[in-house]
Ligand binder design. Structure first.
Ligand SMILES: [Zn+2]
Length: 412
C-alpha cells in the first residue's frame, strides 16, 4: 500500500524488501522464529506478490481525460506502493493541482518527474521547460513511494527548471518528526536495531535539508560557476505544526480534529487533517479550495472520520484504494501460521481503504466526483479498476472514475 505501505510491514513502504528475499531467507537458514513472526521473509514475500499482481497493462492507453477547467488535478502517477519495476505501467503516486495556472505538487513518487512531462505539466507538451508556476508542495506522509522523486524535482528544478526564487520561494510542507519509532510488528518479534539512531524519524524539513546537502558539490558548482541562487532560499521546507491541543499520534488512530489551514495565497487555500495510516504518523490529507471549487487528496489512509469531514461537499476527491481479494490472497500464501496471517490482515486493512469502505464513504458524504488513485495492485485483470468504479457509482449521484496516469480532472 501505501504504496508505500506495505512495508516491510504492511503499513510501511516496502522499500527495504527486495523481491525474492523471502526465498533467499528460507534458503539461508533464517530461523523458524523469523518466519514465525513474519520477519523480512514474510514481508518480502507479501511485497513481491503485491508488486507483481495483475498483468502488465497499458494503463495510460486510450484517451486520457483532459479537463481545461481553471481548477483541476493532474494525475501524474497513480500507482500505490513501492514499485520496481512498474509492472502495471503506472508511475508512482504524484498529483499536481492547477488553479488559474498556478501549480501545487502533492507527493512525488517514483517516476513522477518524467510523468510530469508525459502529462504535459512541464516540458515539450506545454511548450516550455520550467517549474516557475509551482508555488508550493505538500507531502502526505513520509513513506518512500510518496517522496522518492523529490530530489529530482527539487534539485533539477532548482538548477534547470526555475523552481522558486529568492523573492518567491517554493514552499514544501509535510509531516514533522513524530519523535518515536513504530512498535515492533508482529508483536513478539525481537526488537530490531534502528537505522540512523541519532535521527531515526526525520520530518520533512530535515529530509529536504539532508537531500539538498547530499548534492552540495553540484549545488555549489551551480552557485559559484553559474550564478544560481542559494538553494535553501528558493526551496523552503516546513514541518506542519498541528493546532494546539492536537498531539501527533504514535499509536492507534489520530485524534478527531477539523481541517486547519497550512498554506494560503491569492489562488488557493490549502488545509490539512490527520488521517489513519497504520503506524506511519503523522499522515495528512489535503484540501484545496479556490474560487473555482475544491479538490481533496486522501493520502494513504483507511476510512477516517477526519477525512469524511474534510471531503464533505468537495467537487473532486482523489482517494486511495486497495483490492481486498488481492491482498488476502497474498497474505494467505505467506509461509507463516494463521495467527500471523490474521495480524497481517489487520495491519494492512488498518492502513488502507477497500472498495467496501469507499461505498461507506459515499453514503456518508456529498462529493461531486470520486477519482480512484494510488491503486493497489496497479492493475486488476480485465480492466478491473474500471469495474470497481462502476460498482461504486451505482446508486449514488457522485461520479466515480478509475484514475489513470495523465488524466486531468476538473472541478466543473
Ligand atoms: Zn504510505
Amino acid at each position: 500500500m501505501c504504496g508505500s505501505c506495505t512495508p516491510a510491514l504492511p503499513t510501511g513502504d516496502v522499500t527495504s524488501d527486495a523481491p525474492g528475499e523471502a526465498d533467499r531467507a528460507r534458503g539461508s537458514g533464517i530461523g523458524r522464529r523469523g518466519l514465525l513472526y513474519g520477519g523480512l521473509g514474510a514481508s518480502a514475500a507479501l511485497t513481491a506478490a503485491l508488486a507483481s499482481a495483475g498483468p502488465a497493462a497499458a494503463t495510460t492507453s486510450g484517451p486520457v481525460r483532459r479537463s481545461d477547467a481553471p481548477m483541476r488535478a493532474v494525475l501524474v502517477g497513480t500507482a500505490g506502493g513501492p514499485i520496481w519495476p512498474m509492472a502495471s505501467g503506472r508511475r508512482g503516486i504524484c498529483t499536481v493541482v492547477e488553479v488559474d495556472g498556478a501549480r501545487y505538487l502533492i507527493d512525488a513518487g517514483h517516476g513522477s518527474a518524467a510523468g510530469m512531462v508525459d502529462a504535459g505539466v512541464i516540458g515539450p507538451a506545454d511548450g516550455k521547460n520550467d517549474l516557475t508556476a509551482f508555488r508550493a508542495g505538500f507531502i502526505t506522509h513520509l513513506h518512500s513511494d510518496h517522496v522518492t522523486d523529490l530530489s529530482t524535482f527539487l534539485v533539477q528544478g532548482f538548477i534547470a527548471g526555475g523552481l522558486g526564487s529568492v523573492e518567491s520561494p517554493f514552499h514544501l510542507y509535510g509531516p514533522g518528526d513524530r519523535g518515536a519509532l513504530p512498535a515492533v510488528f508482529p508483536p513478539g518479534r525481537p526488537t530490531p536495531t534502528a537505522f540512523n539512531p541519532t535521527e531515526p524519524t526525520p520530518g520533512t524539513a530535515s529530509m529536504v535539508r539532508q537531500l539538498l546537502a547530499a548534492f552540495a558539490t553540484d549545488v555549489n558548482d551551480r552557485i559559484f560557476d553559474a550564478g544560481s541562487p542559494p538553494v535553501d532560499r528558493v526551496v523552503q521546507a516546513h514541518d506542519i505544526e498541528l493546532p494546539a491541543g492536537v498531539a501527533v499520534p504514535v499509536a492507534g488512530p489520530p485524534a478527531r480534529m477539523s481541517p486547519f489551514t497550512v498554506h494560503e495565497d491569492d489562488r488557493v487555500r490549502v488545509s490539512a487533517t490527520l488521517v489513519e495510516h497504520g503506524q506511519m504518523a503523522p499522515s495528512y490529507a489535503y484540501r484545496f479550495d479556490s474560487d473555482h471549487g475544491s479538490i481533496v487528496i486522501s493520502g494513504d489512509t483507511t476510512l477516517t472520520p477526519n477525512l469524511l469531514e474534510m471531503a464533505d461537499g468537495c467537487d473532486v476527491l482523489l482517494h486511495e484504494v486497495v483490492d481486498q481479494a488481492t491482498i488476502e490472497a497474498s497474505i494467505s500464501a505467506l509461509p507463516v501460521p494463521e495467527e500471523i496471517k490474521e495480524a497481517f490482515r489487520n495491519h494492512m486493512f488498518g492502513a488502507h481503504t477497500t472498495e467496501a469502505q469507499l461505498k461507506e464513504l459515499l453514503r456518508d458524504v456529498e462529493i461531486g466526483q470520486l477519482v480512484l488513485h494510488h491503486v493497489v495492485p496497479g492493475e486488476l485483470p480485465r480492466g478491473g479498476w474500471q469495474r470497481v468504479a462502476q460498482r461504486l457509482g451505482r446508486g449514488t449521484r457522485t461520479g466515480v472514475v478509475a484514475g489513470r496516469d495523465g488524466d486531468v480532472i476538473g472541478t466543473r
